[in-house]
Design a protein around this ligand. Structure first.
Ligand code: CU
Length: 148
């Protein structure tokens, strides 16, 4: 009897440890240019699981990452120019973020986890945001189209 309790508690601890190890870490590069265009995040559309962490890396200078839209109760972030910033995705749904210096170039990105529970809200925001862009006006909308 004693042995089985020890066995199950060990098993439980192992499962807990594994679930923590399974939380993935992702990197999003901030780029002046890539094969996907100028002033882009890469990957621009990132699918993660709740509990995963995303780090924005200042690969090229004069970029930052600031959240614009997130699901209710979700973590948001406000990176400083030319510095890495990390966020743990704690709620399922759609996240939109921008690079402040290149917002009007359409330098935006999308993260999604689980079900896109706030997709309608995100699409509405995307239309509003994109109308202010000077270029890449269809970029954010096409990013969100990939989630359907
Ligand atoms: Cu930028």
């Amino acid at each position: 009897m004693k042995l089985s309790i020890k066995f199950f508690s060990t098993l439980l601890l192992t499962c807990l440890a594994l679930s923590q190890v399974n939380a993935a870490e992702y990197e999003v590069k901030m780029l002046n240019a890539s094969e996907n265009g100028n002033m882009v995040f890469e990957p621009a559309v990132l699918q993660v699981e709740v509990g995963d962490t995303v780090t924005f890396v200042p690969t090229d200078p004069i970029h930052d990452s600031i959240s614009v839209l997130a699901p209710p109760g979700a973590n948001t972030w406000h990176g400083q120019r030319d510095q890495s910033v990390s966020v743990t995705i704690n709620k399922e749904g759609v996240y939109i973020y921008k690079c402040a210096p290149h917002y009007y170039y359409g330098m935006v990105g999308v993260i999604h986890a689980g079900k896109p529970v706030n997709l309608t809200e995100a699409q509405q925001a995307a239309r509003e945001i994109s109308s202010k862009f000077l270029m890449n006006k269809d970029r954010l909308i096409s990013y969100l189209d990939q989630l359907k």
